[in-house]
Design a protein around this ligand. Sequence first.
Ligand SMILES: O=P(O)(O)OC[C@H]1O[C@@H](O)[C@H](O)[C@@H](O)[C@@H]1O
Length: 316
Amino acid sequence: MQTLTELNDQFGIPHVLVFAEGKGGLLCAQITTEACTATLYLQGSHLVHWQPAGQKPVLFLSDRSNYAPGKAIRGGVPVIFPWFGARTGARTDGPMHGFARTQLWQVAFAAVSGKDLHLTLTLGPTDESRGLGYDHFRVAYELILGSTLTLRISVVNLDPEEHAGTPMHFEEALHSYLAVGEPEHLRIYGLGQTEFLDKTDGFKRKKQTDDVLTLHEQTDRPYLNTTATVTVEDPDLGRRLVVAKQGSKTTVVWNPWSELAAKMSDFPAEGWRGMTCIETANAAENGITLKPKEAHTMEAKISVEPFSGSATERTQ
Ligand SMILES: O=P(O)(O)OC[C@H]1O[C@@H](O)[C@H](O)[C@@H](O)[C@@H]1O
């Protein structure tokens, strides 16, 4: 495990990148650049805060979140790997949404380029992952923190047997919790004519026929086979959040709404009114299979634009 002293000696950048003890004694990186402020916990490589200069925070973070070894943080951008949701298939053991979000990641690189901080963390096999059957892999997670946020996750199958080795199958998600106004006022563009699994209705496969998605109840939808940029118009906060992506064919829209929120011990009862997740993912039939030595990269880019319209002004 990298100690605080080692982290600050090797990667610290005065006034820009400081490693410190965060909530629950967990190690975190505190970031202040000309363009933004941000906080990332090394457990889970979990970005919990990103705020471009002159903007309100872009990521929702639950004020009832756990901060403890082995427990997932609620909010920010959990890194989901190597399965999405409950594990399915030949083995069904292991935690919901995989082990990556509760493992301690290693800091591998930090540098300022222009107004952005580039930060890379890596995760390799651990006792827990080996016990769950993941022995030969490495994940690199590169964050570019500035006036926009770029999150890039690369996975390589390191099976030593190049030809006779085992293909590695996985799912992944950058589970971004967007901080928004009243969810019913949002207009979400980019998912028209796209099929999704409705997890609130027994995983039934359905199709969104409208160009714009509005939310009125608990929503839990992996949209499949889509590479589209998603735009969230938020009249309450007067901004448009744009989630663009590469190497991703699944987009998940999740809002627990009142009933599920009330059942979540780490979520404020009214928290669902200030968040909606737009997740950049490869899940279900879009899961990735890598031959030995193969790698795959998925990227999400989140940006903020001003928006002065009302919730009902635009129909695209
Ligand atoms: O409570 P967790 O494990 O962080 O998951 C939160 C939600 O994450 C979403 O991505 C899933 O589609 C939902 O089904 C799930 O409830």
